[in-house]
Design a protein. Structure first.
Length: 211
């Protein structure tokens, strides 16, 4: 029996944010997998990338596939950098580069630990979110591009499947609040996970040639 395990943050652990009676992501994944498959939630609301190491301790022995969505809360912790003043564009870029370099190191270490399980792994980008203030939204999307570059490099460099949540959750109704997926957004995420792990996608895919 195949067993999909979800690791990371509230992109997967979103039960507290969907409307009453609506399914969370892991419940939606279960409905989309083949009948004899299982899905387990190890992701934790509020987790940062470093926390995935702790979550790996709870992965069932029967796990056959790991899917990771992490990094969004790392971005939130550094959102203050976007509001800081700077004397030049170079100074501002230098601060952002420091944040990016630290996240790249932490994310790489996390993927190393996930890979030690020697199971098929899929990674997710951080979606764009939906902040009501247009200026804040622009800054957040620009800042998250630095984090997503790190995630994409890890996925492509290791030849891992990448689920781009920016392209999936692209409508206001995909969000329960500015940073959490609604049941509608969760349905899109669950569909992509099921297609990736079961290898039954009917949609055309882009290819990346990294080597």
């Amino acid at each position: 029996m195949s067993h999909v395990v979800l690791l990371g943050d509230s992109i997967f652990d979103n039960a507290a944010y969907v409307r009453r009676g609506e399914p969370d992501v892991v419940a939606q994944v279960r409905t989309k997998l083949p009948r004899d498959w299982q899905a387990t939630l190890c992701a934790v609301d509020g987790a940062v990338t470093r926390d995935v190491d702790r979550q790996l301790r709870n992965v069932p022995e029967s796990a056959s596939h790991l899917v990771v969505s992490a990094g969004g809360n790392d971005g939130l912790r550094n959102i203050g950098v976007l509001r800081e003043g700077a004397r030049s564009v170079a100074e501002a870029m230098g601060r952002l580069a420091d944040v990016r370099d630290e996240f790249a190191r932490v994310y790489r270490d996390m993927v190393d630990k996930v890979a030690e399980r020697r199971l098929p792994v899929a990674l997710c980008t951080i979606y764009d979110a939906r902040f009501p203030d247009p200026q804040e939204q622009r800054l957040v999307v620009t800042g998250l591009a630095l984090f997503n570059d790190c995630i994409m490099r890890e996925a492509f460099g290791r030849r891992l499947p990448l689920i781009d949540l920016r392209l999936l959750c692209n409508e206001p109704d995909d969000y329960a609040n500015p940073i959490e997926p609604s049941a509608r957004g969760g349905d899109k995420i669950a569909s992509a996970i099921a297609q990736v792990v079961a290898g039954n996608s009917i949609l055309p895919r882009s290819q990346v040639f990294a080597h």
